[in-house]
Design a protein around this ligand. Structure first.
Ligand code: C2E
Ligand code: CA
Ligand code: CA
Length: 610
């Protein structure tokens, strides 16, 4: 719709009406004169017609020329929205950009006030300040959140100018709107470097976070969809990098057009984020909305180029109120979605809590392995016969730069799941065996060094060979090293472990069944297990003497001894427990009663004093 022509058409209609009015007035006067038989003073009638016509034409052409002049003046800014209102703030003109952006026709806008665009995000004080500036300075410039006909919010940079007549009276208000996403073109080169992806020139993660934070500060509701291309390997084989990069630029345009995305960011080469401002009534509407984003992404670009997506989505303010936190939550949601093979998944705080911990640990472990944030503690193992420290168990400790101290029970299963155990295991064995040489020197004895291993480590190729190589690299006789494996791994994975354990024992390494009594191994199996040491779990000592008589523990020690194992009891915390064990016939014990796990230096001091 050409709105400037429209304006003139409406004014011409007014002109016709007024001319018609004057014509009837003329007839009326003529009839009056005929009635009273008075000759008509033609010059009077002609003057009346001319005067009426002139009166009509003056405002029409004056207004029209004003508007035409203004339209001409702003024609270069055609991509910006232009709205002209009269002195009563009624819309008399809106350019095509406004109608495109807001989704109204000119008829729907004409005669209305711009409050039609009000989003309700700015409060009354905001509008009071705006009008004060317009009245006093004749203009106002600022950012404003509007709402489109379809309910979407948009952020605009707006300039309002008053247009006055020669007597200084306001005749029109001229408002120029600029969609803030278009402001990208005005960013400085430095801003371009830090806020934009260097390949696609699209906003990057940093810019995304900035945009999210500013929406949060302004309390503007939004939805964030994080999405990744699932079939990228297949696509990048078939297409050049340039073609692939161009696709993302095309995708940005498509999402802005089809789902009214207000912001698009390239998080990494195949990962992008979209911000939308929809009025979401319920969960179902949110589903529909995210689905429409994914649908738009999966629409083929060419016959051979079609994305398959995985997405994670959430909402502000419902799911959080901090940009980084929301981004991380969306990322976790995305990861679960990807792991489950979904097209998309919506954030849910119930599953998130557990999984975000897992993903945080996983991400922190990447760093930990690079920077070696791990250390070892050594817990003394005390022999009953002599009362001396005969060995120690190396226990890992992790103080993460981002998460602080994380207990081994908490991070080791995650490290196993995500494949960090090869690196962590190598660190434990290298460090432990190196320190053992120092302990031997200080104590002038041959101490046993116990290290732990999980079945996952055994699943690695050549675990037994690698372990033996590290032992030999430190010039240690394998007999002085004990490898602890939980009883449950002997039960569930014994067939797989058997060969390796046999090889290790053949080379001289001692093998211990850790946490014995918790893994349900049959006593018959016990006799054929590839192991030398039984470490009875601390739960069998716990509660003695208050709630347990210790008989079960004594029986377990007997079984171990009669099956020719060396028996160690864990978790000795009191003198009473120590006394019970001394009489039970077990070989050695470990627990807070003797010492907590100690740092290398503390263990050296303990050895010197014993
Ligand atoms: P675990 O192998 O049974 O290690 C003994 C655990 O009992 C240690 O906990 C130790 O600090 C704790 N403990 C020692 N004496 C007492 C006591 O008197 N009372 C009580 N209540 N607890 C005592 P930690 O260091 O937290 O290790 C927990 C588990 O994490 C270990 O159980 C082991 O399964 C695993 N782990 C620790 N370090 C390593 C490692 O280097 N490699 C592997 N694969 N697993 C490890
Ligand atoms: Ca252990
Ligand atoms: Ca244990």
């Amino acid at each position: 719709m050409d709105s400037s022509r429209n304006f003139i058409r409406i004014r011409l209609r007014q002109l016709l009406l007024m001319t018609g009015g004057v014509f009837f007035l003329l007839l009326f006067v003529e009839a009056l004169y005929a009635l009273f038989d008075v000759p008509i003073p033609h010059f009077f009638l002609v003057s009346l017609v001319l005067l009426g016509g002139a009166l009509c034409l003056v405002p029409v052409f004056k207004n029209a020329s004003d508007v035409l002049r203004i339209i001409q003046g702003i024609s270069e800014l055609a991509t910006d929205g232009v709205v002209i209102t009269d002195k009563h703030n009624k819309i008399v003109y809106a350019n095509p950009a406004v109608m495109d952006t807001y989704g109204y026709s000119f008829e729907e806008l004409f005669g209305k006030t711009p409050s039609l665009f009000k989003s309700g995000i700015q409060d009354a004080a905001f509008y009071r300040a705006m009008w004060k500036s317009i009245r006093e300075k004749g203009s106002w410039t600022g950012e404003i959140w509007d709402v489109k006909k379809n309910g979407d919010y948009i952020l605009k940079n707006m300039r309002i100018e008053t247009i006055k007549n020669s007597k200084g009276k306001v005749r029109y208000y001229l408002a120029v709107h600029r969609d803030l996403t278009e402001m990208q073109a005005l960013q400085s080169e430095k801003e371009l470097l830090i806020n934009y992806d260097q390949d696609t020139q699209l906003p990057n993660k940093r810019y995304l976070l900035k945009r999210m934070q500013s929406l949060i500060d302004d309390q503007v509701p939004f939805q964030l969809v994080l999405s990744k291309v699932r079939n990228s390997v297949h696509l990048s084989d078939k297409h050049s990098q340039k073609q692939y990069t161009e696709t993302f630029k095309e995708l940005e345009k498509r999402l802005k057009k089809t789902v009214s995305a207000s912001f698009y960011a390239q998080v990494d080469s195949e990962f992008f984020a979209v911000i939308l401002h929809k009025r979401i009534k319920n969960e179902e509407a949110f589903h529909e909305q995210v689905q429409s984003v994914v649908d738009a992404c999966e629409e083929p670009f060419t016959n051979a180029l079609r994305f398959k997506m995985t997405a994670g989505a959430l909402r502000f303010p419902e799911d959080g109120d901090e940009a980084k936190d929301l981004f991380n939550k969306a990322m976790v949601t995305f990861e679960i979605s990807a792991a489950e093979g979904n097209r998309y998944l919506l954030y849910n705080h119930r599953f998130h809590k557990k999984l975000s911990w897992e993903y945080n640990v996983r991400d922190a472990l990447y760093e930990a392995v690079q920077r070696t944030e791990f250390s070892l503690r050594y817990q003394p193992i005390v022999e009953f016969e002599t009362g001396a420290i005969v060995g120690c168990e190396a226990l890992i400790r992790w103080t993460s730069k981002t998460l602080g101290a994380v207990p081994p029970d908490s991070f080791l299963p995650i490290a196993e799941k995500y494949g960090f155990m090869t690196d962590i295991g190598a660190f434990i064995y290298e460090t432990g065996f190196q320190d053992k040489r120092i302990f031997d020197q200080v104590s002038n004895r041959t101490l046993h060094m116990s290290v732990n291993a999980s079945v996952h480590q055994f699943a690695e190729k050549d675990f037994a060979d690698t372990f033996l190589r590290i032992v030999r690299d430190h010039d240690l006789p394998p007999q002085e090293v004990c490898l602890e494996l939980t009883e449950s791994s002997f039960v569930s994975d014994y067939n797989r472990l058997n060969k390796d354990l046999h090889a290790l024992r053949k080379a001289g390494v001692r093998v211990a069944i850790d946490d014995f009594g918790t893994g349900y191994s049959s006593l018959k199996r016990l006799q054929t297990m590839e192991a030398d040491v039984l470490k009875i779990d601390r739960t069998f000592l716990a509660g003695y003497p208050e709630t347990s008589d210790g008989n079960l523990l004594k029986a377990m020690v007997q079984i171990g001894k009669s099956s020719e194992f060396s028996v160690i009891v864990e978790g000795v915390e009191t003198k009473a427990q120590h006394d019970l064990l001394e009489k039970s016939g077990c070989d050695a014990a470990q627990g807070y009663y003797y010492a907590k796990p100690l740092s290398k230096d503390e263990f050296v001091s303990a050895l010197k004093n014993s």
